[in-house]
Design a protein around this ligand. Sequence first.
Ligand code: X6L
Ligand code: MG
Ligand code: MG
Length: 176
Amino acid sequence: MSCDFGLNFSNHKAEETAYLGLGSNEGDRVANIREAIRRLENGGSCRVIDCSSVYETKPVGIIEQPDFLNAVVRVTTSLTPLALLDYCQAIEHSMGRVRTMRWGPRVIDIDILLYGRESLCTERLVIPHPEMLKRAFVLVPLSEIAPSIELTPGITATEAAERLDRAGVRYFGRLD
Ligand code: X6L
Ligand code: MG
Ligand code: MG
């Protein structure tokens, strides 16, 4: 017997905590990070609970592009992982991101790093973010707001960050 009071839309579920990685290396990078956070909040689908410092980071993947600003936010959301991805991509699009070169410069990038304790592997979305453990530009800000979170069995964000070469990541500042 199921009870349905019309509250469980297919793209909504019980509230979860998710971590999102933000990156920008085009235009006014600080304004872009700020605006992405504002849009995450104002869309009504997410609450931004905490925000890391902003780090200026050397580009990886394609190294011949401007330095990035990166940050990580903790959000709570009732969106499913795929609905959250749609929401993040809609914000990227609304801020003028054009998908030209893979791994190339972008106004704003919003990646889902973690979604509760869930793992998910679909064509569009893999959670936890598969490359996260290798990327200091993700783990340094993540470990600031979630130092003890377990990324792989027995390994916290702080420990994972300390294992990486962090030379390309330097503190830039705080938002607000
Ligand atoms: C070999 C081949 C080694 C590819 C690394 C790493 C590709 C990271 C893509 C890779 C490889 C990426 C950011 C960035 C990008 C960012 C900084 C990506 C996607 N996004 N560099 N590069 N910050 N610092 O947000 O992460 S492109
Ligand atoms: Mg990314
Ligand atoms: Mg992305």
